[in-house]
Design a protein around this ligand. Structure first.
Ligand code: NAD
Length: 260
């Protein structure tokens, strides 16, 4: 049922966002990808999505800290791909520090990229979805939309904000055939996480296996990472017919972290 739908996915040049793009293209969606990275690698990704799935794929370089660039990204999807049916807010960054030393610039950047960008994309996309009489908005939140960890004040505040934005907009568009939900992953096995493991092991004088189990998976009851494919499959489900009456929800996919 998603064949021919048009999806815009922020922060989709790597990790979870790339996973969403691959999964939606595999369902037959035309996709607009976005994010930073090596130009050639992004072009390779764009071409592979087109050739592997027979869909159209455009790349837009909008910086999620810049509302006018976000507006141009949504307008370009509308003009060049023919609309916006699915919006996946995913771009995100992290910074870890106790609050006394937390740099103001890092706070501002995290709030802009992880929270305010979703306000802007949604504000631009909702009128297009209303016109088309159908829409699906999926916000990538985090287990940190539900619980906190020390030294992540901006990230946790932004993700809790995403939860509130999700619920509020869901109510506003509930009768327009548009659903708005958030996905709340625990640790996801992305290149970003994988790369941290040897350094953390070195810094703490423990084995890589101990870093995985005792540091990263300390809160996960299953002691398993969530995979990119599992998060993407949940997004595909939320975009499908079976999820028509799921809206304003926060979907945990965290190995039991927030059950505790
Ligand atoms: P990642 O670093 O692999 O991907 C982040 C993406 O955002 C990249 O494409 C990057 O280019 C893009 N991006 C960063 N700043 C941007 C900006 N200013 N404008 C446009 N794009 C920008 O990270 P990931 O692990 O795939 O995380 C993706 C999302 O999932 C984030 O919102 C993150 O908070 C959330 N999340 C990740 C995990 C995890 O364990 N990896 C867990 C829970 C939630």
């Amino acid at each position: 049922m998603l064949k021919g739908k048009i999806a815009v996915i922020t922060g989709s040049t790597s990790g979870i966002g790339e996973g969403y793009a691959r999964a939606l293209a595999a369902e037959g969606c035309h996709v607009m990808i976005n994010g930073f990275g090596d130009k050639d690698e992004i072009e390779t990704l764009r071409q592979s999505l087109e050739s592997e799935h027979g869909v159209k794929c455009l790349y837009h370089a909008a910086d999620m800290t810049k509302p006018e660039e976000i507006g141009d990204m949504i307008a370009t999807a509308d003009k060049e791909l023919g609309g916006v049916d699915i919006l996946i807010n995913n771009a995100g960054i992290q910074f870890v520090s106790p609050i006394e030393d937390f740099p103001v610039a890092k706070w501002d950047a995290i709030i802009a990229i992880n929270l305010s960008s979703a306000f802007h994309t949604i504000q631009y996309a909702v009128p297009i979805m209303k016109k088309r009489g159908w829409g699906r908005i999926v916000n990538t939140a985090s287990a940190h939309a539900l619980v906190a960890s020390p030294d992540k004040c901006a990230y946790v505040a932004a993700k809790h904000g995403i939860a509130g934005l999700t619920k509020t907009v869901a109510l506003e568009v509930a009768q327009d055939n548009i659903t708005v939900n958030a996905i709340c992953p625990g640790y996801v096995w992305t290149p970003l996480v994988e790369k941290q493991i040897p350094d953390t092991a070195k810094a703490r004088g423990i084995t890589e296996e101990q870093v995985k189990n005792d540091v990263l998976l300390a809160s996960a009851a299953t002691k398993k990472f969530t995979t990119i494919e599992q998060v993407a499959a949940l997004a595909v489900f939320l975009c499908g017919d079976a999820a028509e009456n799921i809206t304003g929800s926060l979907q945990s996919i965290d190995g039991g972290w927030t059950a505790q």
